[in-house]
Write a new protein. Structure first.
Length: 106
Protein backbone atom coordinates (compact mmCIF):
# COMPACT_ATOMS: atom_id res chain seq x y z
CA UNK A 1 0.00 0.00 0.00
CA UNK A 2 1.25 3.47 -0.87
CA UNK A 3 1.01 6.04 1.90
CA UNK A 4 1.66 9.76 2.29
CA UNK A 5 2.42 11.14 5.74
CA UNK A 6 2.62 14.81 6.73
CA UNK A 7 5.33 16.01 9.09
CA UNK A 8 4.73 19.76 8.70
CA UNK A 9 2.97 21.73 11.45
CA UNK A 10 -0.20 22.22 9.38
CA UNK A 11 -2.61 20.23 7.25
CA UNK A 12 -1.55 19.82 3.62
CA UNK A 13 -4.26 19.95 0.92
CA UNK A 14 -3.52 18.46 -2.50
CA UNK A 15 -5.92 19.66 -5.19
CA UNK A 16 -6.32 17.28 -8.12
CA UNK A 17 -6.91 18.25 -11.75
CA UNK A 18 -10.61 17.56 -11.18
CA UNK A 19 -10.68 19.96 -8.19
CA UNK A 20 -10.95 17.12 -5.66
CA UNK A 21 -9.12 17.88 -2.42
CA UNK A 22 -7.13 15.27 -0.53
CA UNK A 23 -6.16 16.32 2.99
CA UNK A 24 -3.15 15.14 4.94
CA UNK A 25 -3.34 16.14 8.61
CA UNK A 26 -0.13 16.83 10.49
CA UNK A 27 1.25 13.72 12.22
CA UNK A 28 4.14 15.56 13.84
CA UNK A 29 6.70 18.19 13.05
CA UNK A 30 10.08 17.57 11.46
CA UNK A 31 12.51 20.42 12.06
CA UNK A 32 16.11 21.17 11.35
CA UNK A 33 18.27 23.23 13.64
CA UNK A 34 20.54 25.81 12.11
CA UNK A 35 24.07 26.75 13.03
CA UNK A 36 25.18 30.35 12.51
CA UNK A 37 28.75 31.54 12.17
CA UNK A 38 29.70 35.23 12.29
CA UNK A 39 31.20 36.52 9.05
CA UNK A 40 31.87 40.07 10.24
CA UNK A 41 29.92 43.19 9.39
CA UNK A 42 28.99 45.12 6.28
CA UNK A 43 27.99 48.77 6.65
CA UNK A 44 27.55 48.07 10.36
CA UNK A 45 25.16 45.15 9.78
CA UNK A 46 26.20 41.73 11.14
CA UNK A 47 26.73 39.06 8.50
CA UNK A 48 26.32 35.36 9.28
CA UNK A 49 26.73 32.10 7.41
CA UNK A 50 23.98 29.63 8.27
CA UNK A 51 24.23 25.85 7.91
CA UNK A 52 22.09 22.88 8.78
CA UNK A 53 22.28 21.23 12.18
CA UNK A 54 20.39 18.22 13.48
CA UNK A 55 17.06 17.10 12.03
CA UNK A 56 14.43 16.29 14.62
CA UNK A 57 11.01 14.67 14.41
CA UNK A 58 11.40 12.67 11.18
CA UNK A 59 9.97 9.17 11.12
CA UNK A 60 12.23 6.34 9.89
CA UNK A 61 12.17 5.45 6.20
CA UNK A 62 9.33 3.06 5.37
CA UNK A 63 8.80 1.26 2.08
CA UNK A 64 6.18 2.79 -0.26
CA UNK A 65 5.73 5.84 1.98
CA UNK A 66 6.34 9.51 1.16
CA UNK A 67 6.80 12.00 3.97
CA UNK A 68 5.75 15.63 3.39
CA UNK A 69 8.20 18.04 5.04
CA UNK A 70 9.39 21.61 4.65
CA UNK A 71 11.97 22.36 1.96
CA UNK A 72 14.65 23.10 4.55
CA UNK A 73 14.15 19.69 6.18
CA UNK A 74 14.31 17.95 2.80
CA UNK A 75 17.45 19.86 1.84
CA UNK A 76 19.08 18.96 5.15
CA UNK A 77 18.54 15.24 4.39
CA UNK A 78 20.12 14.64 0.97
CA UNK A 79 20.27 10.87 1.55
CA UNK A 80 16.51 10.51 2.10
CA UNK A 81 14.60 9.79 -1.11
CA UNK A 82 11.26 9.55 0.68
CA UNK A 83 10.85 13.26 1.46
CA UNK A 84 8.47 15.45 -0.55
CA UNK A 85 7.63 19.17 -0.55
CA UNK A 86 4.33 20.73 -1.68
CA UNK A 87 4.58 22.67 -4.95
CA UNK A 88 2.39 24.23 -7.67
CA UNK A 89 0.44 26.19 -5.09
CA UNK A 90 -3.21 27.19 -5.50
CA UNK A 91 -4.15 30.57 -4.05
CA UNK A 92 -7.44 32.17 -3.15
CA UNK A 93 -8.59 35.62 -4.31
CA UNK A 94 -6.54 37.26 -1.53
CA UNK A 95 -3.36 35.45 -2.52
CA UNK A 96 -3.37 32.99 0.40
CA UNK A 97 -2.23 29.45 -0.31
CA UNK A 98 -5.18 27.04 -0.05
CA UNK A 99 -3.51 23.93 -1.44
CA UNK A 100 -0.92 22.46 -3.77
CA UNK A 101 -1.31 20.58 -7.02
CA UNK A 102 1.76 18.35 -6.61
CA UNK A 103 4.55 17.13 -4.38
CA UNK A 104 8.14 17.80 -5.37
CA UNK A 105 10.56 14.90 -4.90
CA UNK A 106 14.24 14.48 -5.70
Amino acid sequence: MEKIRNFTPHEIVIIGEDGKETRYPSEGMARVTTVSRSMGKFAGVPLVKVGFGEVEGLPPVKSRTLVIVSRIVRDACPDRGDLAVPTAFVRDEKGRIVGAQALEVR
